[in-house]
Design a protein around this ligand. Sequence first.
Ligand code: TGC
Ligand code: FAD
Length: 390
Amino acid sequence: PAAPDPLDFLAVDASLSAEEAAVRDTVREFGRRELLPHVAEWFEAGTLPDPRGLARQFGRLGLLGMHLQGYGCAGASAVCYGLACRELEAVDSGLRSFVSVQGSLAMTAIHRYGSAEQKEEWLPRMAAGEAIGCFALTEPDAGSDPGSMRTRARRDGTDWVLDGAKLWITNGSVADVAVVWARTDEGVRGFVVPTDTPGFTATVIHRKLSLRASVTSALSFDGVRLPEAARLPLAEGLGAPLSCLNEARFGIVWGAAGAARACYEAALAYTASREQFGRPVAAFQLTQRKLADMVVDVNQAALTALHLGRLKDAGACHHQQVSFGKLANVAAARRVAAAARSLHGANGITLDYPVLRHLLNLETVATYEGTEEIHALSIGRAVTGISAFR
Ligand code: TGC
Ligand code: FAD
């Protein structure tokens, strides 16, 4: 057998089909050409300077709602979507987040729970990147426990009136449409809210030290009046938003593998060229231990992602298995990014190298879409049959 490729040690990518490899190569090439040269600048500025331009570029590549069928969406397999997430997050978690929020969250909510009119109105434009969506579940006092949300929608004749606040909403200030989850007398319901509706305001959150190449916002709803046609007719209860989260979490399983790979590749290159004590840093046993641990983490993460992708394409991926992937791969990526940063010495604390940027981003990735603790408790509940959430 051939010696392992240092950049794909377990030859995980060798099992990809030609179509899957083509998606990987297209997104990787796009990321390296169009995104990577600018991303440190965006991270330093703490924003995405041209979210609409970016959305249109993602749309042209078919990355928005990539796994959805019809309405101008690519109808790709779960593995193809995962590979796209992996290659985007190898550049920066903020860019994968942009695609996750648009496709896995906002578009999936409309595609799965929307009326024919809602789908026709929003999905083709969102797939093309002509309209940007956000997904508003988290509130100032309801994060891990979204079932305690306070945002409320009450009926007023044939209309609904929405009052409340959401926090930490990716793309909230640049969105044309917000999928907002609210408590009603009938339980949790979802609403498709055009962001120019009177009473809707979005404010950018500043001073983030993580996911800086991403717009994060606070939303407030002050008597936002909506017709019945704005309610997602098929969404009944908290299970509806949670089912959308599974889609985004699946993308994160792959994305974290991409961030880990990028940090490992940076460390491998850096330690080969940096010399101390008359030898490349890569020659020291302590470095090789770190590199070996990274190889294990990076390849196990890639395997986990691909396995879950194959299960998902077979219609057999349970949300508790997605929790496994999110917990395992984000933890692996954090270990790899921390070790890679240390191997870069002082250079590792700058934006000239990607390692600290990834490590900082991964603090968010470990927090959103269910914290580490939440996924641990989901797995704990699955294997014991006992809920330790409350
Ligand atoms: P629980 O009683 O467990 O469940 C309520 C109903 O929902 C069902 N369910 C799920 N369905 C589909 N997928 C899942 N993952 C599901 N988890 C639960 C469940 O079967 C039940 O259905 P039914 O018919 O029996 O009523 O609810 P709980 O209140 O005990 O909460 C469970 C818990 C803690 C796991 C859940 O609340 C949770 O996942 N919390 C974390 C919240 C979270 O992840 N928020 C993310 C916000 S969006 C975001 O962060 C975007 S970041 C940007 C980016 O993605 O890049
Ligand atoms: P809390 O829920 O307050 O948790 C605090 C700590 O308590 C954590 O360590 C948590 O694990 C722990 N904890 C909580 N409950 C338990 C328990 N039962 N047992 C043990 N430990 C527990 N949300 C959206 O709706 N849409 C978005 O687009 C979005 N984008 C985001 C972008 C960024 C940059 C960030 C940082 C967050 C984003 N979020 C978004 C919010 C994100 O989903 C929440 O931050 C996350 O769900 C955690 O909620 P919290 O921050 O309120 O933390």
